[in-house]
Design a binder for this molecule. Structure first.
Ligand code: SF4
Length: 228
């Protein structure tokens, strides 16, 4: 279904999918990892009349400058869409403590399970304390991620709290994966070049060097530039 809605302070939002929130709930707390991944979820949930709040808790992102850029991009879009944004702690030392011994694990391995667990545990706790019956995440829309791994972590976090469910919707479906990039280009979002942690930065740079490419420069790549 395509339906154009007018939102205060936002551009026209096109509804592409009919969403069914678990237990027909209307209030959702969405863990967001970054603006490019979150954009499609934000637009579709708003177009479906869902009472959405964004929860930004990503102590994995390193260095701090990269973290601030990703967070501020998400705040910029949330403000434009009129969606409440919860800015949670950047307790990066806790993340490094939990990652100890996993420094050389590959992406999608046990370090990533720990990383998703940590972020969803905080999201589920906040949902429980603030009366959100449903949590979900933008993490699964990326084709670089293992959806099953993310859903397992989300459900594991939610099951600790009565009245909180993790919504396992596949946001890549029905063109969601493509619209994610369309929105990122339209909004000229910052285009991060690695997953987020210092180990993914190291591994991506090693991969680039092995192919004769330049190392990643923090804060230098934006979707509008990729269009030209
Ligand atoms: S690669 Fe990404 S998901 Fe995995 S631990 Fe690092 S930041 Fe977390």
């Amino acid at each position: 279904m395509n339906l154009t809605l007018q939102q205060d302070g936002a551009s026209d939002i096109v509804k592409h999918i009919d969403l069914e929130v678990p237990h027909n709930e209307k209030r959702v707390l969405m863990h967001s990892c970054c603006a490019p991944c979150a954009g499609e979820l934000m637009e579709q949930m708003l177009a479906n009349g869902i009472d959405l709040t964004i929860f930004f808790y990503n102590p994995n992102i390193h260095p701090k400058r990269e973290y601030e850029i990703r967070k501020n991009e998400n705040i910029r879009f949330a403000e434009k869409m009129g969606i409440p944004f919860i800015d949670a702690d950047y307790d990066v030392q806790n993340w490094f403590t939990r990652a100890r011994g996993m420094e050389r694990e590959p992406e999608r391995g046990v370090r990533c399970t720990m990383c998703f667990d940590m972020r969803f545990e905080r999201t589920a706790l906040y949902a429980y304390e603030h009366g959100f019956p449903v949590i979900t995440s933008s993490l699964g829309i990326s084709r670089w991620k293992n959806m099953e791994q993310i859903n397992d972590c989300g459900e594991r976090a939610a099951e600790h709290y009565d009245g909180v469910s993790y919504w396992t919707y596949n946001w890549r479906k029905e063109g969601g994966g493509a619209r994610m990039y369309d929105i990122a280009k339209r909004e000229a979002f910052y285009a991060q070049q690695y997953c987020g942690c210092i180990f993914s930065l190291r591994d991506t740079n090693e991969w680039r060097e092995s192919r004769g490419r330049e190392k990643i420069e923090i804060g230098e790549t934006w979707y509008e530039q990729k269009l030209t």
